[in-house]
Design a protein around this ligand. Structure first.
Ligand SMILES: Cc1ncc(C[n+]2csc(CCOP(=O)(O)OP(=O)(O)O)c2C)c(N)n1
Ligand code: SF4
Length: 474
């Protein structure tokens, strides 16, 4: 009988079950013997020991570890390939109290993301980067990485990497530690128990330094990828120890105090920084003020030069002044004039999750192509406002209200084709009934500086409203 108990327990920093494929919720998606799983465990243990799980945000990359968010019960953000350090910068600056981790593979960090990592390190952002160097692109099946060794075959260098043409392996820890700002850079290896213990210490130290606000920290972790290297897991580990560490020597490359104060962000909110705070309202007051507004998702579309984006901006501005949550997302082609342009606008009484409006409740279509393109996306019960006397003969929409307003003609009569968007705004406010008409007049007074234009715009606004009202009466 043994005189000790073996206790297998999982740190609570990992989810109890990994909510991925039904039958595999007790295990990760990593191959047997992969270093990612070990690295995850070291990070999770350190977060638990430092008591920072609840304020940690993990930025996972594109690569085999793209699913890190299935495992870490922390904040999680998935970044575009190579962009994790830039995303981590934004997260840290907007949440200075958070522990922010950028977790990246060697393809992610040292190829497509070279610019991001260099500049983030150079600015001394107070984040921690865990850089998994397995010498190859794992997820995509074994292409040459910037870290691939001389002579090492890959699917894109089956003859083995040759300096002449392929360049030399990039030593990121050495490169990053030539910069002034980083405070701690160490390279470790997941090759055997002794080295994994050293890696554990390095991981914890980097996070502890971030917790103290010390500055930029990075741990490069040499890691086995048995699948792509076509090795048994134990052989892959030996390979890391015997071969990979020869090219990438282990050790501490930087460990010092920062000689300047790390990036400190003013603790002011964004609105305060932009000088647009206005009065501070309680949620009840805000609620009361929103009584005469209604939430709406809107798409405004047409061609460049028709004031499409401005029309969307004005609607968003009006909503904001009515104490609503708003978003405005433009989309336009490379041409400044006559290319297609559209914008997504959301007016809401709740915080907005995404600025994308793929099923609008209201479509303002300033030309025929945008009517044909976006009309079918309008939600049942929604409204289409079309710039024209009538719909083209072959266009029909079921379950939505269609109002045709010859806005361009009305604008010509007023004196400028440019105010067609204001005619449509007048019609929009009447048909969509989500914002008070007076809101538009106030916004125009404040935003349009030329008094002549203000008058013309107001006329156009009124004309749009009257046209729609009279059309409804007829
Ligand atoms: C913009 C973009 N380019 C290329 C890809 C394809 N891609 C996905 S993962 C990857 C490389 C991943 O290698 P690495 O960062 O070393 O991570 P590993 O899979 O080895 O952990 C590439 C090139 C992509 N997803 N997005
Ligand atoms: S391919 Fe390599 S890096 Fe990716 S999960 Fe498998 S062993 Fe790990």
């Amino acid at each position: 009988m043994s005189d000790y108990n073996v206790v297998h327990s999982k740190t609570p920093v990992f989810f109890e079950r990994f909510e991925r494929k039904d039958e595999n919720q007790h295990q990760t998606h990593y191959c047997p013997g992969c270093g990612h799983g070990v690295a995850h465990k070291l990070i999770a243990d350190a977060l638990g020991e430092l008591g920072v799980q609840d304020r940690t945000i993990m930025v996972s990359p594109v690569g085999c570890s793209v699913f890190a968010y299935y495992y870490f019960d922390t904040g999680n953000v998935q970044a575009a390939h190579g962009r994790a350090p830039a995303v981590a910068t934004a997260l840290k600056r907007s949440n200075p109290g958070a522990i922010v981790i950028s977790y990246q593979g060697d393809g992610d960090l040292a190829a497509i993301g070279t610019a991001e990592i260099v500049h983030v390190a150079n600015r001394g952002e107070n984040i921690t980067v865990f850089f998994l160097n397995n010498s190859i692109y794992g997820m995509t099946g074994g292409q040459m990485a910037p870290t691939t060794l001389i002579g090492q075959p890959s699917t894109t260098s089956p003859w083995g990497r040759r300096p002449n043409g392929d360049g030399f392996p990039i030593k990121m820890s050495e490169l990053i530690s030539t910069l002034e700002a980083p405070v701690y850079v160490e390279r470790v290896a997941l090759s055997d128990a002794k080295h994994i213990l050293q890696a554990r210490k390095a991981v914890k130290k980097a996070l502890e330094l971030q917790k103290q606000g010390a500055g930029f920290t990075m741990v490069e972790i040499l890691s086995p990828c048995p699948t792509i290297l076509k090795m048994e897991p134990t052989v892959a580990r030996h390979w890391v120890a015997d071969v990979l560490t020869k090219q990438f020597p282990l050790g501490v490359y930087r460990d010092r105090k920062l000689e300047f104060t790390p990036v400190s962000v003013p603790q002011k909110g964004v609105a305060e920084l932009l000088g647009i705070t206005g009065e501070r309202l309680t949620e009840e007051e805000r609620h009361a003020l929103r009584q005469h507004t209604r939430a709406k998702t809107i798409k405004v579309a047409g061609f460049g030069g028709q004031g499409i984006l401005l029309l969307g901006q004005l609607i968003a501005e009006m909503g904001m002044r009515e104490h609503m949550e708003v978003s405005w997302l433009p989309s336009y082609g490379p041409e400044m004039r006559s290319g297609s342009a559209h914008c997504h606008v959301t007016l809401s009484h709740e915080r907005i999750g995404t600025p994308l409006v793929s099923r609008p409740e209201v479509l303002v279509a300033m030309n025929e192509p945008s009517l044909r393109k976006f009309g079918p996306q309008v939600k049942g019960g929604g409204v289409i406002l079309y710039n024209g006397h009538s719909l083209p003969e072959d266009v029909k929409f079921a379950g939505v209200t269609v109002d045709c307003i010859p806005a361009s003609e009305i604008a010509d009569e007023i004196g400028s084709p440019k105010v067609a968007n204001m005619v449509m705004l007048g019609a929009f406010l009447t048909a969509a009934d989500c914002l008070p008409f007076t809101a538009a007049q106030t916004v125009l007074n404040d935003l349009v500086k030329n008094p002549k234009l203000v008058e013309m715009n107001k006329k156009a606004l009124e004309a749009g409203r009257s046209y729609l009202n009279s059309a409804v009466l007829v």
